[in-house]
Design a protein around this ligand. Sequence first.
Ligand SMILES: Nc1ncnc2c1ncn2[C@@H]1O[C@H](COP(=O)(O)OP(=O)(O)OP(=O)(O)O)[C@@H](O)[C@H]1O
Ligand SMILES: O=C(O)C1=C[C@@H](O)[C@@H](O)[C@H](O)C1
Ligand SMILES: [Mg+2]
Length: 182
Amino acid sequence: MTDLLQDLNVYLVGMMGTGKTTVGRLIAQHLQYGFLDTDDVITKAAGKTINEVFAENGEEAFRNLESDVLSQVCAYTKLAVATGGGIILRRRNWSYLHHGLVVWLDAPIDVLYDRLAADTTRPLLQDADPKEKLRTLAAGRQALYSEADLHITITHDETPEQVAQKIITAIPSVLKSNISLN
Ligand SMILES: Nc1ncnc2c1ncn2[C@@H]1O[C@H](COP(=O)(O)OP(=O)(O)OP(=O)(O)O)[C@@H](O)[C@H]1O
Ligand SMILES: O=C(O)C1=C[C@@H](O)[C@@H](O)[C@H](O)C1
Ligand SMILES: [Mg+2]
């Protein structure tokens, strides 16, 4: 498997709460890769939380930082990268993501809501109706997430380890089909 991947980075994309950060760490362990979370890199670089960046600098400034971080991350190899949920919004980001293998974690809105209802660290969900906000964001982003190389659907009872295992099992099929296309 690691031979097949040829040190390519694995980028996890998907809505907030799908488990990109949680599962990304496990993927890194399985592949003996390093692990990076673009949200973490941004908060360290900015010296403030994501809520503070959104409140003090605005979403556009956050998206600029996100693109800068991704452009630097894609110069490295052997990384499992948990991205922010909105990384797919900028066309330019796709040119960075496609240096590696892009995996879309896709979970039902009810699952995301249950996981994040009590969470105050996602500025876009600090809304009067967070479930409706999740629905709207997901509907607007669906077509972009679907540009990923691999689509992994997650059910409500799958553990992070089971999701990681599902990804590891599915990766060779995508890599083989890429090779036969070239
Ligand atoms: N398979 C799972 N089963 C149960 N809980 C999970 C699972 N995956 C993640 N979680 C929990 O859901 C919450 C959100 O997970 P996580 O932070 O990994 O999501 P994310 O996709 O990285 O979100 P964001 O885009 O906001 O960074 C966390 O509390 C995490 O522990
Ligand atoms: O879905 C989004 O737009 C976001 C998801 C998080 O990972 C953070 O990047 C931030 O809260 C924005
Ligand atoms: Mg995350």
